[in-house]
Design a protein around this ligand. Structure first.
Ligand code: MG
Ligand code: ZN
Length: 369
């Protein structure tokens, strides 16, 4: 058992907020607007995020996260086909495709049959597609939306699936090296450039427009943690791509955004790492819901693939939360259920307790399929 004190992450402004925050009322809900059909879908995954990660972060910063303000919420179970505790391969596959898989597998059923992801299904209908993550783009969660592989660690094969996909229009993340520094000596970025892709390494200079697919590499491997200086590209990249696609995607778009390192903070049992990654992800949620509020035809779904760290919140004897502690019970994933938050047209389908494989059907139903 490892107890991490909030004081690790508290600066004076946090302390001030803590002392003035004594309630948790949902006073600031986003108002539902379900008058139009769904045209755009923003699907957001907090890797390793369950209720204690949310509650703990809110306690630490003394205010509600944006995701909590969504008008509709539900709960999903997360087990893999072969294990009670899922990894991000099977968990991401269940969310992306609706099929249970074995741990370690990407975009395949447990019998290793490749299955399409919702990103691919929406692309086939003429929607534009995008992925924005704070890990390598070849890491398990984003891979489940584009690649098919029996082993999530086959990063170079997964990069090849990204390079050869005709379903993905834009992505932002790390893992540039899996495209250029390869055992087969291929330079996938050259191959993709020949097919019309454009590549950028700076968000300010990135040109996203209708004339070309485009990717922004934030790191050769994984982008660093927020606590080690990562920029706010998750939220800003999300906002920039939403603006781009809303102007040019006549048939709408599908976008997947992942707060990848919430999971790594859980594995590290590091509460400061966890809270900063949660805030970073929630800032991207804010960018998404700000867009959806104005747009009126956008469904935003925020969920997780599993819980990491077996986190509980204990010692909350003081009303102002100042005595609350993060209590991690494992350095691995746990089997507990995770939340779903929905905003926008079709969000009513997401109430209740169901399985991670049910998410895709609800999104399709909301989109009129
Ligand atoms: Mg992940
Ligand atoms: Zn993990």
């Amino acid at each position: 058992m490892k107890l991490n004190r909030f004081v690790l992450i508290l600066n004076f402004s946090f302390l001030f907020v803590l002392s003035s925050c004594s309630t948790h009322s949902a006073d600031n809900q986003y108002e539902e607007n379900t008058s139009k059909p769904v045209k755009n879908i923003i699907f957001m995954i907090g890797d390793g995020m369950s209720y204690a990660q949310i509650e703990g972060t809110e306690n630490a910063i003394g205010k509600q996260l944006e995701m909590r303000k969504f008008p509709v919420s539900g709960t999903i179970t997360t087990h893999a086909a072969d294990k009670r505790i899922t990894d991000s391969g099977a968990g991401g596959t269940a969310l992306a495709t609706g099929f249970k898989s074995n741990n370690g597998m990407i975009g395949m059923k447990a019998d290793s049959t490749a299955v399409p992801s919702m990103l691919e299904l929406f692309a086939e209908e003429g929607k534009q597609t995008a992925i924005v993550v704070s890990s390598g783009i070849t890491h398990a969660t984003p891979a489940c939306f584009v690649a098919k592989d029996i082993n999530r660690n086959n990063y170079e094969a997964i990069a090849k699936d990204f390079a050869e996909s005709d379903k993905l229009n834009y992505f932002i993340g790390g893992a540039r090296k899996h495209f250029v520094d390869r055992e087969d000596s291929k330079n996938l970025l050259e191959e993709m450039t020949a097919k019309g892709w454009q590549f950028f390494d700076d968000l300010e200079n990135a040109q996203f427009n209708a004339s070309a697919n485009a990717a922004l590499f934030m790191a050769d491997e994984h982008p660093v943690a927020v606590k080690d200086g990562r920029s706010d590209f998750l939220a800003k990249g999300t906002a920039k791509l939403l603006e781009t696609m809303s102007m040019q995607a006549d048939n709408g778009f599908f976008m997947m955004v992942e707060g990848s390192q919430i999971d790594w903070a859980g594995h590290a049992n590091d509460s400061a790492y966890l809270v900063t990654e949660m805030i970073d992800f929630d800032n991207a949620v804010k960018a998404a819901v700000d867009f959806a509020e104005k747009d009126g035809e956008t469904l935003v779904v925020v969920t997780a693939d599993h819980e990491t760290g077996g986190l509980t919140i204990i010692n909350g004897v003081e009303k102002d939360y100042s005595s609350v502690r993060f209590n991690f019970s494992t350095v691995n994933h746990s089997a507990v259920a995770v939340p779903v938050f929905a905003y926008g047209p079709g969000s009513e389908y997401f109430t209740g307790m169901y399985d991670n494989t049910d998410i895709i059907g609800k999104i399709m139903k909301a989109a009129g399929k």
